[in-house]
Write a protein that binds this ligand. Structure first.
Ligand SMILES: [Zn+2]
Length: 374
């Protein structure tokens, strides 16, 4: 049997990209990893993995630090993709984008989770390139798309996209590769790492993950399965590798409890709309302190959509512990009106003002004008 002697070039700078490759004894490149984003920076992951003629992308997100050098939301927004190409925010990868001439030259895109720094470049993909993601990621991407309005919406426009969804245990064959998604815990539900079985051995990609969260056991499952494959390369998220101070979700809940107990009137809570672990934590903290958690219309909409994933075991939006806060606006979008019309627990600023000592209000910096009414 012919045995292939492999040489590994570590992560090297090649042109302006980070490249990792294996070569056989004839110096032919076998497995090649090109980091178009996500190496040495936070987010913007765009990793091209090639194995012979097979080419897949692991995540396809925007680098927001780079984007902010050219655009400043909400004052200066991109009009369309032209600016992104001009400023190199969409890397040149042949046969990838809808505006590229000729056939698709990427066989598939795999999304690890729904955060924008891993997904926001997918609206520009050629429509024939299959996009694989977790079922919950599809639910969230569609909900983000439906609730994003205005000029930035083209960056989240996934209308007409056919997602191929997977769960842990799926094995997806693409050319010479087999991709195995395995759940990890992260600040958004439906997050996965990948074991990519190549002709040279396994390449492991962690995606974003945590072990201090509510479901660290999910990450442990991924680590265990990945270790068994004795990978030839591992791509690991490392935002908090050094000097990070993290609290478990239990510690977060106990700190919230202390703040709520010490606060006689309104408590404000700022967290990401799709961070369901944090919603649960505030929900529990509210319950234990005889308060109700007032969530935004957007959070109510996302929770409603996520009900389709029964594994998440989310509290019901119309349960007694929830209120839904309706901001004062001249005009409401259809999805907002649907929430207002369908739920009996919608409250306005005046009502929140009356209930101050009985409410934790989910509010971000952009909600501060509401405080005048409350
Ligand atoms: Zn993330």
């Amino acid at each position: 049997m012919h045995s292939v002697e492999r040489t590994y070039q570590g992560l090297i700078q090649h042109q302006d990209k980070m490249v990792l490759r294996t070569k056989d004894c004839d110096e032919r490149i076998m497995v090649n990893l090109i980091f178009y984003g996500g190496a040495g920076e936070i987010g913007g992951n765009k990793i091209l993995l090639t194995d012979g003629d097979t080419r897949i992308l692991l995540d396809f997100g925007m680098n927001f630090a780079e984007r902010s050098k050219f655009y400043s939301t909400p004052w200066l927004e991109p009009r369309d993709e032209r600016g992104f190409i001009e400023f190199g925010l969409l890397p040149k990868i042949e046969g990838t984008y809808e505006f590229d001439e000729g056939p698709a030259q990427v066989d598939a895109v795999f999304l690890s989770h729904s955060h924008t720094d891993h997904t926001t470049c997918i609206p520009f993909l050629k429509k024939e390139i299959p996009v694989y993601c977790g079922q919950t990621t599809e639910l969230l991407l569609r909900a983000f798309n439906e609730t994003t309005v205005g000029r930035r919406s083209f960056e989240k426009n996934i209308e007409g996209f056919q997602f191929n969804t997977f769960r842990t245990g799926s094995k997806i064959k693409v050319g010479s590769l087999q991709v195995e998604p395995i759940h990890v815990d992260h600040s958004v539900p439906g997050s996965y790492g990948f074991i990519v079985h190549t002709s040279e051995g396994a390449v492991v990609y962690s995606g974003d993950f945590r072990i201090h969260g509510a479901r660290g056991d999910l990450t442990a499952d991924f680590v265990e399965a990945a270790a068994k494959t004795k990978p030839i390369a591992m791509i690991c998220e490392g935002t908090n590798l050094t000097e990070a101070e993290v609290s478990t979700e239990q510690e977060v809940q106990s700190k919230i409890g202390q703040v709520v107990k010490a606060t006689p009137k309104l408590v404000l809570a700022d967290f990401r709309p799709a961070d369901v672990d944090r919603i649960r934590t505030f929900y529990q903290a509210a319950k234990e302190n005889q308060r109700q958690l007032a969530i935004s219309l957007k959070q109510a909409y996302i929770l409603e959509k996520l009900k389709a994933d029964r594994n998440l075991e989310l509290p019901e939006v119309d349960s007694a512990e929830f209120l839904i806060f309706q901001r004062e606006k001249k005009r409401y979008f259809n999805w907002e009106s649907a929430i207002v019309d369908n739920y009996p627990n919608v409250v306005d600023a005046e009502r929140v003002g009356e209930l101050q000592s009985k409410v934790i209000l989910s509010a971000s910096y952009s909600d501060f004008n509401e405080m005048l009414d409350i």
